[in-house]
Design a protein around this ligand. Structure first.
Ligand code: BEZ
Length: 212
């Protein structure tokens, strides 16, 4: 069974570069991004971890913790972390799970045997404060992920958790948003009284981003 949107993120305890991680306790009452990469000491993975380390202040701003994972042992993670510091202009500043026994990888379906029987693919799980899975992504080993896109999704998730809105295609923070269909025009007049809304079609209504 794969982990699907709306599921409670499977809880686990596993070793990491920052000691044992008890996943739900570690998340606390904020948000989390759990992402797997195929293998230590590989080029695309090295750039990904450097990128996430550089973006850490952006995740912090969003009350979101990040945690990486591969099926390599802790000793390899520690050696590789030195290479990341040397080559990426930043030290690793978030934990890397050492999932050598595949406990977490199997729990989350991060190994896709028809792609590679040995290593995890590039999976991403965004987990909310309620410990529910809000996003899943699977990228192939050969394609490094766009972590700006993950920040954009977190912005959208946090906005839609608070207001009765959704975000349109290619939305960026500050753009107009969409009023969800469950909201009547009468309710919309009250909810979005300050900024108003535009009815393009009865099912397509936009309003300026409420928290801007
Ligand atoms: C990489 O991170 O560069 C990589 C890892 C596994 C397979 C292909 C590329």
């Amino acid at each position: 069974m794969s982990v699907q949107l709306g599921d409670t993120a499977p809880d686990f305890t596993q070793e990491s570069t920052e000691g044992a991680i008890h996943f739900h306790d570690w998340i606390g009452d904020g948000w989390a991004v759990l992402f797997s990469h195929p293998k230590d000491f590989t080029p695309v993975c090295t750039t990904e971890l450097g990128t996430v380390a550089r973006l850490k202040p952006e995740f912090d701003k969003r009350n979101t913790k990040v945690i990486g994972l591969s099926v390599d042992p802790l000793k390899d993670h520690e050696g590789w972390a030195r290479d990341i510091a040397e080559t990426q202009g930043t030290a690793l500043n978030f934990p890397l799970i050492a999932d050598a026994d595949r406990k977490v990888s199997e729990l989350y379906g991060m190994i896709h045997p028809n792609a590679d029987n040995t290593f995890t693919v590039r999976s991403v799980f965004i987990v909310g404060p309620d410990k529910k899975v809000k996003l899943t992504l699977s990228y192939p080993a050969s394609t490094g992920r766009n972590f700006q896109e993950l920040l954009r999704v977190i912005d959208s998730l946090q906005l839609t958790a608070k207001y009765k809105v959704a975000t349109p295609a290619d939305w960026q923070d500050g753009d107009d948003v969409i009023i969800t269909p469950a909201v009547s025009n009468e309710e919309a007049k009250t909810l979005f009284a300050e900024k108003g809304f535009t009815e393009i079609k009865p099912y397509l209504r936009t309003t300026p981003q409420p928290n801007k």
